[in-house]
Write a protein that binds this ligand. Structure first.
Ligand code: ADP
Ligand code: MG
Length: 340
């Protein structure tokens, strides 16, 4: 239909933006957990039903949202995290675009209950397809609980593109697992269809979190990596060469505490294993790299996991040597905490 030129309704704009921000249930889970982390929660409970397609609930004990700002949080481009563009240079939060809540609320049924520590009571707000349908004062603890029901109920084309419950569940599990082993000072609880999938203690011990999330069997066969020089530091665990996987799903790498997939880092690791693992088998690793931020360009798009490394040869050599060293020495496994 050709029409006169007009400004789009905010809700339509949000639904269009949701096409980018809300790829599926797993991106809802990611955005909401990141909000809980940004709110300084040290306990986060994630509950999903039917792969998150029907129901997602994230509860945190973070700072909560002030009663006068709850509606505002669901508007487009509203954030408490940055004010000017230069703030991005010193960003310490995971979010900053102020798009997630507005986008999610425009394509689902949302209920939020939130309270700050200075308020006596909390606020419950219900939003359906971007429109507020209920607001009331409720009693609740400090923090935020947000429930997302019936994702894409009002956008049939998007609804159709959601995958099976099993596929959507595994994407969500992957996201939560990564967050739980990178934010080990937060106690996570993950519940899927009323079954507790895992809990972490929040005590900051990386090996314990790996055991809780990935199981004792994987953790049993890990060797420690711990090397550093002026510019790079690598800590973490890698598998003995005889314990490998058929894909790269267990090559989990964090750079400056952010999950990344980097070709150069994968090659450095895999080359170090060459000769000791069969072709098309991949090591298991949980590696935490700290790199001087001026030596990398982290693409800040929320959905991207690539990074750009300025001196590829230097990082390759550093990682290759660190992995080789751990594989060849008689390694003892100790516990460590990551600097968060
Ligand atoms: P962003 O995270 O990019 O700022 P969001 O749309 O995800 O944008 O959230 C908007 C705002 O709502 C945040 O800046 C924050 O102030 C508030 N908010 C969202 N989730 C929470 C939460 N779990 N606890 C406290 N505040 C929250
Ligand atoms: Mg956010």
């Amino acid at each position: 239909m050709i029409n006169f030129i007009h400004v789009l309704d905010d809700n339509v704009i949000n639904q269009i933006a949701a096409g980018e921000v809300v790829e599926g249930p797993y991106s809802v889970v990611k955005e909401l957990i990141e909000n809980a982390i940004d709110a300084k929660a040290d306990s986060i409970v994630v509950e999903i039903k039917e792969g998150g397609k029907k129901f997602i609930r994230i509860s945190d004990n973070g700072i909560g949202i002030n009663e006068h700002e709850v509606e505002q949080a669901f508007m487009r481009h509203t954030t408490s995290k940055i004010t000017k563009i230069n703030d991005l240079d010193t960003l310490i939060t995971l979010g900053f675009r102020g798009e997630a809540l507005a986008s999610i609320a425009s394509v689902s049924q949302v209920e939020i209950i939130t309270k700050t520590k200075d308020q006596q009571h909390g606020i419950l707000l219900e939003i359906t397809g971007g429109r507020i349908v209920n607001r009331k004062v409720v009693g609740c603890p400090t923090g935020t609980t947000i429930i997302i029901k019936n994702l894409f109920f009002n956008t049939p084309a998007r609804f159709k593109f959601m995958k099976s419950t099993q596929v959507e569940t595994s994407k969500i599990s992957e996201i939560i697992s990564r967050l739980a082993i990178s934010k080990t000072d937060i106690a996570f609880k993950y519940i899927n269809n009323n079954n507790i999938m895992f809990t972490t203690s929040g005590k900051g011990i990386v090996r314990d979190a790996i055991i809780n999330v990935f199981g004792k069997e994987i953790a049993k066969n890990l060797i420690e990596v711990d090397e550093s020089n002026k510019e790079y530091e690598i800590k973490g665990y890698i598998s003995q060469p005889e314990h490998t996987r058929g894909n790269r799903n267990y090559e989990i790498i964090f750079v400056n505490n952010r999950f990344v997939k980097s070709k150069i880092i994968f090659s450095a690791i895999e080359d170090a294993y060459k000769g000791s693992v069969v072709i098309n088998r991949f090591p298991i690793c949980f590696l935490y790299l700290n790199i001087n931020p001026s030596l990398i360009d982290i693409n800040v798009h929320p959905a991207k996991t690539e990074i750009k490394v300025f001196d590829e040869q230097a990082i390759y050599d550093f990682i290759y040597d660190a992995i080789k060293k751990s594989l060849t020495k008689e390694s003892t496994v100790s516990d460590f905490k990551i600097n968060l």
